[in-house]
Design a protein around this ligand. Sequence first.
Ligand SMILES: N[C@@H](CCC(=O)N[C@@H](CS)C(=O)NCC(=O)O)C(=O)O
Length: 195
Amino acid sequence: MILNCFFFASSLAYPNSSRQLCDSCRGRAEVSRLIFAAASQKYEDIRYEIDEWPSHKAEMPLGQMPVLEFNGTKLPQSKSIARFLAKQFQLAGRDNFEQAKVDAVGDTIEDLLIKLTPVFYEQDESKKEELRKKYFDEELPKHLQNLDVLLKDFGNGGPFFVGNHLTWADLFFYDLFETILVMNENCLENYPRLK
Ligand SMILES: N[C@@H](CCC(=O)N[C@@H](CS)C(=O)NCC(=O)O)C(=O)O
């Protein structure tokens, strides 16, 4: 099976952080790349730079990326792509209810990502810092508290969010926190289970 992913490359730099991220933000396709890697599956990974994007936008069903091409059809929406791949490769939960628990974790992670995006897109440096501080002081703790509850309830005391085995929810959390920890390396200190 050959699958193509499309993805935006953009820069992410936090000069005050001691953590380093790769020189381009991995974006919304990264969780799918991690699923492919965890399942040892081959796929084609096509990435566009910002200046290449206008000539490809019309090729995408919703004019957005990422898009997965499977058997000649293009599937948009990063979480739908991730769920599809996870189901293909048995990383979505072992029964219907486990899948719902994995989805609940994935949706809770998405909640904290949605609130973070204004920080990424703010161009004014002082406003960006203000938003960043507010996010880490007020917003993120609520979401981490929610994730901690789900980890406790669904994870059977083990290291995975659901059912003592790896699912795409773990990969989604790992992917996002690689970025978030660059922005604030202490943000998981009060959540030892999540850390
Ligand atoms: N809900 C969508 C959001 C996709 C999205 O916003 N993609 C952005 C890049 S992160 C995009 O393609 N922007 C370019 C454009 O809209 O022209 C998903 O999760 O895939």
